[in-house]
Design a protein around this ligand. Structure first.
Ligand SMILES: *Cc1c(COP(=O)(O)O)cnc(C)c1O
Length: 383
């Protein structure tokens, strides 16, 4: 049975594209146990170490006792939990944006939002390296026109905006690009949006908690606030928990809530997750030491990687890729690192363009400078 699928699996394997999951039996942390082996990990997007933060865990335990396990149904049907409501209000206030809406995940937020934005007479302008969930959201938004501009190519984008005849124009971009770690030129994009009467949907999954003087994210990094910006951040990365929020103009948020099928036709998020995210947000707001520590590690790692030819761009985010080319090459390097007790994930097509397979090093505020030294020593030996 299913010979066809078996053949496809085999061909996937022969091309070095087969994914394997490690079994994790500890919390996410730089030092964890994977497949029964203690490893130094650079694999997580838990950038501030909040996934294992005792205060966050305690808040979740308390909420579990108070609100129980599940939410019963869609928030539209069985109601909207008070903690999720509070999280929406706190998130909007934290970013100085008018209103926010909570989604189960960033993936679902992107699908739901982009589909809701696609009224008649809509054009989307999307960076070529945007995250898969944005790409899928745009695929759902049939009937609108789509221009994909080369990665970060503001001139190309400007030409496309100039020649667009649609009245509802949206520039769609990652804030920090998830496999490259580089930052969208949001100040320039906003400038174009103002000149050509367009709007911006920015997915700050990897910027929230990382960029900006206090870690608020890409808006703080560029000191921007505008009714033309619709901002999305996820709660499963730097916030250490799970979920996502979209924030911006009140009319837009109201429309998105009415129209997003990924908001309406899914069971509401358990209150426990909102309790964890609220605690993480309050830590980020009150205590700059997590973000400060992360920034120190980012600067140190990028200086230490500078002499590797595979480190093609100095990154100012928590994501630092070493570009290797072919999938089997990066797999071999990953295996050698694992042999030394270090886990850096190999990222291969179709997640990244063919020929650009890479190691993706990501940092956590709980890493020590000596962890980075150990990584760099082993990389020097292996590369
Ligand atoms: C991780 C990620 C998402 C998806 O968020 P989840 O909450 O994990 O579903 C969306 N966009 C970007 C850029 C991401 O890196």
């Amino acid at each position: 049975m299913h010979d066809l699928f078996k053949q496809h699996l085999l061909s996937w394997q022969e091309r070095g594209l087969l994914r394997q999951r490690k079994i994790i039996s500890t919390p996410q942390s730089p030092h964890l146990v994977a497949d029964g082996t203690a490893l130094l990990s650079f694999a997580s997007n838990d950038y501030l170490g909040l996934a294992s933060e005792p205060e966050v865990i305690k808040a979740m335990q308390d909420a579990l006792a108070q609100y129980g396990a599940g939410s019963g149904s869609s928030a539209m049907v069985s109601g909207h939990n008070t903690l999720i409501h509070e999280l929406e209000l706190s998130f909007a206030q934290y970013h100085n944006l008018p209103k926010a809406l909570h989604f189960s995940t960033g993936y679902m937020a992107n699908l739901g939002v982009l589909k809701a934005l696609a009224l008649e007479d809509t054009a989307f302008f999307s960076d070529a390296l945007n995250h898969a969930s944005l790409i899928d959201g745009l695929r759902l938004s049939k009937g609108s026109t789509l221009h994909i501009y080369p990665h970060l190519d503001v001139d190309n984008l400007e030409q496309a905006l100039k020649s667009s005849r649609q009245s509802n124009k949206w520039i769609v971009t990652d804030g920090v690009f998830s496999m490259d770690g580089d930052i969208a030129p949001l100040d320039q994009l906003l400038n174009l949006a103002e000149r050509y009467d367009a709007f911006i949907y920015v997915d700050d999954a990897h910027g929230f908690g990382v960029l900006g003087t206090s870690g608020r994210g890409i808006l703080e990094h560029f000191s921007l606030n505008s009714p033309r910006l619709l901002y999305m951040a996820t709660l499963g990365k730097a916030m250490g928990v799970f979920g996502a929020l979209v924030a911006g103009d009140e009319v837009l948020i109201d429309w998105i809530m009415q129209q997003s099928r990924t908001y309406i036709f899914t069971t509401g998020t358990p209150a426990t997750l909102a309790a964890g995210a609220l605690k993480a947000l309050s830590i980020l707001e009150k205590d700059s030491s997590y973000n400060y520590q992360l920034k120190k590690l980012i600067a140190y790692l990028s200086s230490q990687l500078a002499h590797f030819t595979q480190y093609t761009n100095v990154s100012h985010s928590a994501i630092h890729p070493l570009i290797m080319g072919e999938s089997h090459v990066v797999m071999r390097v990953m295996e050698k690192l694992l042999g030394e007790g270090i886990w850096v994930p190999a990222i291969r097509p179709p997640t990244v363009p063919p020929g650009s397979a890479r190691l993706r090093i990501s940092l956590c505020a709980n890493h020590k400078l000596s962890d980075i030294d150990r990584l760099v020593d082993v990389l020097t030996k292996v590369l």
